[in-house]
Write a protein that binds this ligand. Structure first.
Ligand code: GLC
Length: 432
């Protein structure tokens, strides 16, 4: 989505511009977490829960264990949610709508902050309790709603290109591709090698879920297009956006992207790359440490995403932790959030699971750069990444994108028709 856009939908644009009360957007009204300067009180100590996606690396439990050892009366239980971000969001919303106290601290995708804050499902947080000035600015912005802090960055995310260094080298290619055309030309060369027999060229995340929104927006942005303009107005029915979508549609048609990738989320793509089925993969940094323990260990590297005429741009991803408004033991929760988002924890998440740290200093740490040579590339990717709109109705806009992009990828609609329909859906959404 457009880098300069934080508001795509009229309702939130009005709220931001005029500073109107939340009820203008249909929120439930007065609560202690309504963004007023006083904010909620954080009282109560005792056991709490941490609700987050299933963790394939084991590092989350490790960090929680180290908290639990030191806080035997304030233990944290890790509630594991499905890997699919859409399902995580659904479960958290259900939890909030029933005012359940089952989830205390929520691991939230960066795109949920506005929606959860506007509905008062999460508490406004005291910004002075967290070392936000040490964090990369775009990551801190994702945690704010109407200028106030509602979450704390735990891990950032930038899309990168994983590629098989061993095969490229064998095929006489000395550097990672910077354009889509170079990437497909590299694949043609690599596929002539006997060891690349049966391999596919490229995959990303194309199942109909948030990951498709990301991959669509990246393709559009990497072709010089935008999804919404600087004022939050949708502007996706353009020749540049079409070139971006056409890259994906054309790649499915000509087999550059394997057919089965239409069912890929992050994990399916990672497994395909790790089992030697893919030459190139668009994915997030977490894949690095897992792939280093797989069959392709030592045979791959990471480069910036390619684009139409030069390097492309990533969407800004990541996860922030927030405090459920309906939780008990909020004093414990706040302390745990501080611990979980500390520089020490971020360093453990990076070392053990290659999660992108929000802390700037970790990207320049010599020992860490030795372990993860791509850290400078990642820092650049995050600083240049395009945020998805920080709007209350983000879920509706994202569903429309998923719907139309999927229709184009599966051949149900032409790219031109899908973009035309998407433009009209986003306009309708914005007018609500
Ligand atoms: C990653 C990103 C998140 C994004 C999701 C899409 O988890 O951190 O921001 O929305 O992938 O699948």
């Amino acid at each position: 989505m457009n880098a300069r856009t934080t508001r795509v939908l009229q309702c939130s644009a009005v709220l931001v511009a005029a500073g109107l009360v939340l009820t203008a957007c249909g929120s439930s009204g007065n609560s202690s977490s309504s963004g007023q300067s006083k904010g909620p009180s954080f009282t109560g100590r005792g056991p709490i829960t941490y609700a987050a996606a299933k963790d394939s690396s084991g590092v989350v439990q490790k960090v929680i264990d180290s908290w639990n050892t030191r806080h035997p009366k304030e233990k944290v239980t890790f509630v594991q949610l499905p890997a699919d971000v859409n399902q995580q969001r659904q479960q958290m919303i259900q939890n909030a709508e029933t005012k359940s106290d089952a989830y205390t601290v929520l691991s939230m995708d960066v795109v949920w902050t506005s929606e959860f804050a506007a509905h008062q499902w999460i508490d406004q947080l005291p910004a002075d309790r967290f070392p936000l000035d040490k964090m990369l600015k775009p990551t801190v912005e994702t945690a704010k709603y109407r200028g106030s802090l509602y979450a704390v960055p735990a891990a950032s995310d930038g899309g990168v290109l994983y590629y098989r260094t061993d095969l490229l080298k064998k095929a006489g290619i000395s550097a990672a591709p910077t354009t889509w055309a170079e990437m497909t030309a590299d694949c043609a060369k690599v596929r002539q090698l006997p060891e690349a027999k049966g391999m596919s060229c490229y995959a990303g995340q194309f199942e109909k879920y948030e990951g498709l929104t990301v991959n669509f927006a990246e393709a559009v942005n990497s072709a010089g297009g935008i999804v919404t303009d600087a004022n939050g107005k949708p502007d996706v029915d353009t020749p540049a956006a079409k070139k971006g979508l056409d890259f994906l549609v054309g790649s499915f048609k000509d087999g550059t992207i394997p057919k089965e990738a239409i069912t890929y989320q992050e994990e399916e793509g990672r497994q395909a790359f790790q089992s030697g089925k893919l030459i190139f993969l668009r994915n997030w940094p977490y894949v690095y440490s897992l792939a280093e323990k797989s069959k392709v260990a030592g045979k791959f590297a990471v480069a910036p995403l390619p684009g139409l005429t030069g390097p492309g741009s990533s969407s800004l991803g990541g996860h922030d932790v927030a405090l459920s408004s309906f939780a008990k033991n909020k004093a414990t929760a706040l302390d745990f959030m501080k611990f979980f988002t500390s520089e020490t924890s971020a360093s453990t998440f990076l070392k053990d699971a290659s999660l992108a740290p929000p802390y700037e200093s970790l990207y320049d740490d010599a020992a860490l750069v030795k372990q993860y040579p791509y850290l400078p590339v990642l820092k650049k990717s995050i600083l240049g990444a395009v945020p998805r709109p920080r709007v209350v109705q983000y879920g509706d806009a994202s569903s429309a994108i998923q719907q139309e992009a999927y229709a184009a990828l599966t051949g149900d609609k032409t790219s031109a028709q899908a973009l035309k329909d998407l433009q009209s859906d986003l306009q309708k959404s914005a007018a609500q």
